[in-house]
Design a protein around this ligand. Structure first.
Ligand SMILES: [Zn+2]
Length: 489
């Protein structure tokens, strides 16, 4: 009897193991080698000089009230000087105040156009940190093999690299089959309401539907994705949503010498503690998509675990949650960001307020988060409402089995040899969130290597891009433009 039970259990375990290995084998398909192409040669010094010159122009976004059109006009004139052929061949419209929308008419008007996006604006440099910069933030200094300053990483480089590539193609007499749009917003760093949003409205009004969009986003990283040794080009296929809730608790005002039960601050504190303790549920879709894309580049054991989360999730969840990036990839996050209550040490306030910022996973919605918040707080004297202009849904997820993604994947691997491409979820917010209404295929990728220490330079001190990286970006755009403007996208 005992033997029969042991054999039965053994068979079941073997069956489960076989099933797990089978599931994993679907993940670790070998990455198809990419056909080598002869890469175009690009004048690195010229591209670096052009980027350096536009870094010097202070197109800074801090708030809309202080918007100054002058630096943008100066930037536009500089672009006309640097790219005369492009400006002859492409039609340019100024949208809003200073947003650039170029149109390069394709030979076959029935093919859907493609769009390349970046933004002209940059974040300010914190005045308290100016003496920590090796070169001034708007110096555009070229030294030690780098171009220094705001916009080198985020993201004048991407704008200039695409323009550089178009200028080369126009000079060669290249004519795209498909119409190409280039859109460079004026206010991405403060929400994109006057830039990207207006461009999308304009194109929508004209009935334009795009075959594919490429905006800033993931970069090529090393040592970031667990168990993967090769550098990974992270192509954003979706972007998290955003919801800031103002949470307000009420209490009875009075003198603090005779406090009543249930003060506003006490209620608010309890509500916030509950929200932090009861996070939104986890969903592994973005993580499994990432590892499916990595295929054999990830380790055997990692793929075994990821492919079998249906069984192993309870054992690995804690580990995943410990990493801020992983946690943000598997759930809608809850962040307590602002707090206000009371005016004097001996007065009980009649209300207290906090702001809680949620970043929504595709699949969760503003409505489901609000329902979760209501249930978790469970106190009818605590009210909440979205903060004006601080909420939007997560983006749809762009496909990875279409020609646009395939040609993007191949171009990345042709230009940057020895990297693996994987789809990922963008955790922050970019202008791309406006584009899904005019395209199903929106990709977020900035074609340069970014080390862990370089990441802190973005919006931080000593922002810089190597001259070599700038050159590679131009090469990348040159080849992607050729691919994406052909018939097969
Ligand atoms: Zn940016």
């Amino acid at each position: 009897m005992g033997l029969t039970i042991s054999i039965t259990i053994g068979v079941i375990v073997l069956f489960i193991l076989a099933f797990m290995v089978l599931r994993m084998s679907r993940y670790i398909r070998p990455v198809e080698p990419v056909e080598a192409v002869e890469l175009v040669s690009v004048d690195a010094d010229k591209a670096a000089h052009h980027l350096s010159e536009v870094i010097k122009i202070k197109t800074v976004s801090s708030d809309r009230e202080s918007f100054d059109a002058k630096p943008f006009e100066q930037l536009h004139q500089t672009l006309r000087d640097f790219y005369p052929k492009l400006h002859q061949e492409l039609k340019l419209e100024i949208v809003s105040n200073a947003t650039l929308l170029y149109c390069w008419q394709g030979q076959q008007p029935d093919l859907k156009p493609v769009l390349f996006v970046a933004h002209q604006d940059v974040v300010p440099a914190d005045p308290d940190t100016l003496d920590e910069w090796t070169h001034e933030p708007f110096s555009g200094e070229i030294s030690e093999g780098f171009i220094w300053g705001r916009g080198a990483l985020d993201i004048k480089s991407q704008m200039m690299a695409a323009l550089e590539a178009v200028e080369m193609l126009v000079t060669e007499g290249f004519q795209p089959d498909r119409t190409v749009y280039l859109a460079y917003g004026e206010d991405e760093e403060i929400g994109g309401q006057h830039g990207a949003k207006k461009v999308v409205e304009l194109l929508q009004e004209r009935g334009v539907q795009l075959a594919a969009v490429l905006d800033e986003g993931g970069t090529i990283v090393s040592g970031v994705v667990p168990s993967v040794e090769l550098p990974v080009a992270l192509v954003g296929v979706a972007e998290k949503g955003h919801l800031s809730l103002k949470i307000r608790a009420e209490g009875t005002p009075g003198h603090s010498s005779m406090p009543k039960q249930g003060t506003a601050i006490g209620r608010l504190a309890r509500a916030l503690a509950r929200l932090e303790a009861n996070q939104m549920p986890v969903h592994y879709q973005a993580l499994t998509n990432l590892f499916r894309g990595l295929g054999a580049a990830a380790s055997f054991s990692m793929q075994f675990v990821i492919a079998n989360l249906w069984l192993l999730a309870p054992f690995v969840r804690k580990r995943l949650e410990q990493s801020a990036e992983m946690n943000a990839t598997i759930r809608t996050t809850t962040a307590l960001t602002m707090l206000r209550g009371g005016v004097k040490d001996n007065v009980l306030p009649n209300s207290a307020e906090a702001i809680v910022n949620f970043r929504l996973l595709p699949g969760d919605t503003i409505a489901t988060v609000c329902e979760h918040v209501r249930k978790v707080i469970n106190d009818d004297q605590v009210h909440f409402e979205p903060v004006e202009n601080a909420f939007w849904e997560a983006s749809p997820v762009s496909p990875t089995d279409n020609l646009a993604f395939l040609s993007l994947d191949q171009t990345i691997r042709q230009v940057f040899s020895n990297v693996v491409v994987a789809p990922y979820l963008v955790l922050g917010a970019t202008d791309s969130r406006y584009y899904p209404v005019i395209s199903d295929a929106v990709y977020r990728f900035s074609p340069y290597f970014l080390s862990g220490s370089d990441l802190s330079r973005m919006h931080g001190i000593d922002e810089r891009l190597s001259v070599e990286a700038m050159q590679k970006m131009v090469v990348f755009f040159y080849h992607l433009l050729r691919r994406w403007t052909g018939e097969e996208v």
